[in-house]
Design a protein around this ligand. Structure first.
Ligand code: FAD
Length: 678
C-alpha cells in the first residue's frame, strides 16, 4: 500500500489556460508586498503541454493594459496583427454582397492600446515566461496532473490529485482535413519559430497520488470544469444553446476578396454569414455560419459530420462572386452557439473560486472569452494573494463574486443579442420582419465595441469601492443572497460631490491613462504605466498648483497626516518594510515643472528617503508639456481642478476605489481600515 504524499500550499490553481495562467502570473507579481512567509502557489493542468495553435486570438484594450501592468504587453503588441478597421458587407438589391460601411475597430481615444489578434498559444507562452521571471522559478505549471477529490475543511481545502500517464495527458487529435492534412490543431506547432514547451512535470510523488492541502483553490479548468462539478449541482452552468452552428478555420487565403486584411462582418442574402479576422503570419481566421448543419432532436448538432471541406464550401458560397481558396490550414473547429453562466463564482466559505470558461461560456465571435476569463482571475488573484499574506481582510473576497458575475451576465446578454443579429438573414426591406435590419446590426456592432474593449466594466459599491448604487448579489448554496460585508454607505448626493472632483476617473472603473512627466527627469510616462500589478494599493495625490501658497499649505496638511504614526500609510506598513510596500503614494501636480523643485516643494513622504538608495525620484509627476511627446493634459482629461487637486485611491488592479478632497483624510483612513489588516 503506497503512502500518499501530503503537502500544504497557500493557493492551488487548477487549470493552466488563460485564466489559470493569469492567476499564477498575478500571484507571482505580489512579491513586493511583505508577508510573514513567502506565498506558496501551485498550478496544475491535466494536459501534457500548453496549446500551440487555434482557439482564442482577439486581445481587447483592457487585456493589453493588464499585460502591460504585468510587463509583457510589448511582446503581444509587436507580434500581433493590429485590427484597425471593420468593413460591413451586405447584399445589394440584386442579392450580391457589397461593402456598405467602414468603422474603426476600436473606439478612437478609448485606450492607449487598440484591439489586436494573436493566437492563444503565444499568449500562454508570454504568461509562462512572465511567471518564470517574476516567481524566480518558484511557480511552474505542473502538467499531466488531475484532481480526483475535493473536500472543504476548516483550515484547508483537501485536493487529492493523480499523475496521468503520457497517453492520458495528451488530448485526442480529432480529424484530418484532406486539403492540408491538418487535425483540429491543438498540438501542432504554430508558425512562430521560437515557441517551445519546457516540459517540467516532475515533483516527487508516491504511487501517483498526492493530497494537496490548500488554503485557497482557484478553479480555472475550462467549460467542463471538474472543480465546478466538485462544488455541487448549484454551481452548474445555466442557459441555452441555439440552432446556429458555426465553423472556424485559420488559413492562409488565396483570394480576390478586397477586404481580406480587414476585419469584416459579411451577411450574404441566403447562404449565411461570415466574419473575417486578419491574423499574424499572413493568416486569416474565418468564422463561417453552417446553414446546412442543423441540430438533431436533442438540440445538439452532430459535429462528427463537420469537415474542413464542408466549412470551407460554406465560406466560398457566402463570399460569391469573390473567389477564395487555400493551401495552408493551421487549425479548424466547429461550435454551436449557446450562452451559459454559473449562479455562483465562489463557494460561500470563500476558499474555492471559479474563473473563466468554468463559469461562463458563449460564442467566440465577439472575441470575449479569453479576455473576460483572464480579467476574472486578474480581479481575483490579488485579493486571494493579499488575504493569504495576511495583508487584506478576508471580506474583500466577497467582491470577486459581486464584481465579476455581473460582468459575465452583461457578456452573456451582449453575446445573445450579437450572435442572433449575426446569424440572422439580412432583411430584404423594412417590411421583411423576419430578416435582420443591417442598420440595427451596425448599431449593435458600434455599441458592442465599447463593451468588447473591456473598458466599460464598472464595479458596484463594496468595501473596495466607495460609491452609491447596487452592491450586486453574492448568491450562496441555498440560493439566498448574502449581504456584502463592509459596503460603504454613501448617499447619491455625497457621491456625486466626490465624483465631481475627478469626473474623468469614475469610481469603480479602471484608471484611464494620460501622459505626465517625471518631475525629476522630465521623462513622459503614460500614468497607467506607473500602476504596476504588484499587489500594492495606490494613493494618487493630485497636488494641484503646488506653487500657490494656500494650496501648498493644504498639501502640507495632507502630508503631515500621511506621515503620522497613526495614519493608514504607516499603520499598513509592517515593521522594517519600505514605506511604499503596501500602499504607494504617487503625486501629480499642475505647476510648471521648471519652476518646481522635488526636494524643496514636496514633503519627504511623497519621495521617501532610503539610506541605501537615497530619495525616491519615481513618485512625483507633473502635468506639463514634454519635449518630444506633446502635452498629456492629464488634469483636464481626468477632470481635476488644476488649482485645488484631489486625492484618489486606486486598487492593485487599477480600479478607482475612492475619491475625496485633500481634507477628507479621515474617510480615506476609513477606506483602508475596511480593507487592510494592521
Ligand atoms: P481554458 O482555455 O479552457 O483552459 C482550461 C485549462 O484547464 C486547460 O488547460 C485544460 O487542460 C485544463 N483542465 C481542464 N480540466 C482539468 C482538470 N480536470 N484538471 C486539470 N486541468 C484541467 N476568446 C477570446 O477572448 N477571443 C477570441 O477571439 C476567442 N476566440 C475563440 C475561438 C474559438 C474557436 C474558441 C473555441 C474559443 C475562443 N475564445 C476566444 C474563447 C477562449 O478560448 C476561452 O474563453 C478561453 O480559453 C477560456 O480560458 P480558460 O482559462 O477559462 O479555459
Amino acid at each position: 500500500q503506497p503512502t500518499i504524499l501530503e503537502t500544504n500550499v497557500d493557493i492551488l490553481i487548477i487549470g493552466a489556460g488563460p485564466a489559470g495562467l493569469m492567476a499564477a502570473a498575478s500571484l507571482a507579481h505580489l512579491t513586493p508586498v511583505p508577508s510573514a512567509s513567502p506565498l506558496s502557489v501551485r498550478i496544475i493542468d491535466k494536459r501534457s503541454t500548453k496549446i500551440f495553435s487555434g482557439q482564442a486570438d482577439g486581445l481587447q484594450c483592457r487585456s493589453l493594459e493588464i499585460f502591460d501592468s504585468l510587463g509583457f504587453a510589448d511582446r503581444a503588441w509587436k507580434e500581433a496583427n493590429h485590427m484597425i478597421e471593420i468593413c460591413m458587407w451586405n447584399p445589394d438589391d440584386s442579392g450580391m454582397i457589397q461593402r456598405s460601411d467602414r468603422i474603426p475597430d476600436t473606439i478612437v481615444g478609448l485606450s492607449r492600446f487598440q484591439q489586436i489578434v494573436l493566437h492563444q498559444g503565444r499568449i500562454e507562452r508570454f504568461f509562462l515566461d512572465n511567471i518564470q521571471k517574476y516567481s524566480g522559478g518558484a511557480i511552474e505549471v505542473e502538467r499531466g496532473i488531475m484532481p480526483i477529490s475535493l473536500e472543504i475543511g476548516e483550515e484547508y481545502v483537501k485536493v487529492k490529485v493523480r499523475k496521468l500517464t503520457e497517453e492520458e495527458a495528451a488530448p485526442p487529435q480529432v480529424r484530418t482535413g484532406s486539403k492540408s492534412n491538418v487535425t483540429d490543431g491543438i498540438f501542432r506547432s504554430n508558425l512562430v519559430g521560437d515557441d517551445y514547451e519546457n516540459k517540467k512535470i516532475t515533483r516527487e510523488r508516491n504511487g501517483g497520488v498526492e493530497t494537496i492541502n490548500a488554503r485557497f483553490v482557484i478553479g480555472c479548468d475550462g467549460a467542463r470544469s471538474w472543480t465546478r462539478r466538485a462544488l455541487g449541482p448549484e454551481f452548474e452552468l445555466q442557459g441555452e444553446a441555439t440552432d446556429f452552428i458555426w465553423g472556424v478555420m485559420d488559413i492562409i487565403p488565396i483570394t480576390d476578396f478586397p477586404d481580406i486584411r480587414m476585419r469584416c462582418a459579411i451577411h450574404s442574402a441566403n447562404d449565411g454569414s461570415l466574419m473575417v479576422i486578419p491574423r499574424e503570419n499572413h493568416m486569416v481566421r474565418l468564422y463561417i455560419q453552417l446553414k446546412e448543419v442543423t441540430p438533431d432532436a436533442s438540440g445538439r448538432a452532430d459535429r462528427t459530420k463537420i469537415t474542413p471541406e464542408l466549412i470551407f464550401g460554406a465560406a466560398q458560397k457566402i463570399l460569391k462572386p469573390y473567389k477564395i481558396d487555400y493551401e495552408y490550414c493551421d487549425w479548424w473547429t466547429a461550435y454551436q452557439i449557446g450562452q451559459r453562466i454559473s449562479p455562483s463564482f465562489s463557494h460561500p466559505s470563500n476558499k474555492v473560486f471559479l474563473a473563466g470558461d468554468a463559469v461562463h461560456t458563449h460564442s467566440p465571435k465577439a472575441g470575449q472569452g479569453m479576455n473576460v476569463s483572464m480579467q476574472d482571475s486578474f480581479n481575483l488573484a490579488w485579493k486571494v494573494g493579499l488575504v493569504a499574506k495576511g495583508v487584506c481582510h478576508p471580506r474583500i473576497l466577497d467582491t470577486y463574486q459581486s464584481e465579476r458575475r455581473r460582468v459575465a451576465q452583461d457578456l452573456i446578454e451582449f453575446d445573445h443579442k450579437f450572435s442572433r443579429l449575426f446569424s440572422g438573414r439580412p432583411a430584404k426591406d423594412v417590411m421583411d420582419a423576419e430578416g435582420v435590419s443591417m442598420a440595427e446590426f451596425k448599431d449593435a456592432f458600434l455599441k458592442g465595441n465599447l463593451f468588447a474593449s473591456g473598458l466599460s466594466v464598472d464595479y458596484g459599491p463594496s468595501c473596495l469601492v466607495v460609491k452609491n448604487g447596487d452592491p450586486g448579489e453574492l448568491g450562496d448554496r441555498s440560493n439566498r443572497s448574502r449581504e456584502l460585508e463592509g459596503v460603504h454607505k454613501i448617499t447619491e448626493e455625497a457621491f456625486n460631490a466626490k465624483q465631481s472632483l475627478a469626473k474623468g476617473l469614475p469610481v469603480g472603473m479602471r484608471v484611464n491613462s494620460f501622459k505626465v512627466l517625471s518631475q525629476s527627469c522630465a521623462r513622459p510616462w503614460h500614468f497607467q504605466e506607473r500602476l504596476k500589478a504588484d499587489g500594492r494599493f495606490r494613493v494618487v495625490l493630485f497636488a494641484g498648483n503646488i506653487l500657490n501658497r494656500n494650496q501648498k499649505l493644504r498639501v502640507q496638511a495632507f502630508c503631515d497626516r500621511l506621515s503620522s504614526p497613526v495614519g493608514f500609510l504607516r499603520r499598513a506598513t509592517p515593521e522594517g518594510a519600505r514605506i511604499d510596500s503596501v500602499i504607494e503614494v504617487l503625486t501629480i501636480h499642475s505647476a510648471k515643472r521648471t519652476e518646481t523643485e522635488l526636494l524643496r516643494d514636496f514633503s519627504d513622504i511623497l519621495h521617501p528617503f532610503d539610506p541605501r538608495t537615497g530619495w525616491d525620484y519615481n513618485k512625483v509627476f507633473v502635468d506639463d508639456e514634454s519635449y518630444h511627446e506633446g502635452f498629456g493634459d492629464a488634469y483636464s482629461n481626468y477632470g481635476v481642478d488644476k488649482e485645488r487637486g484631489c486625492v484618489v485611491a486606486v486598487r492593485p488592479d487599477q480600479y478607482v476605489g475612492w475619491i475625496g478632497e485633500l481634507e477628507d483624510f479621515e474617510q480615506l483612513q476609513e477606506y483602508f481600515e475596511g480593507i487592510l489588516v494592521w
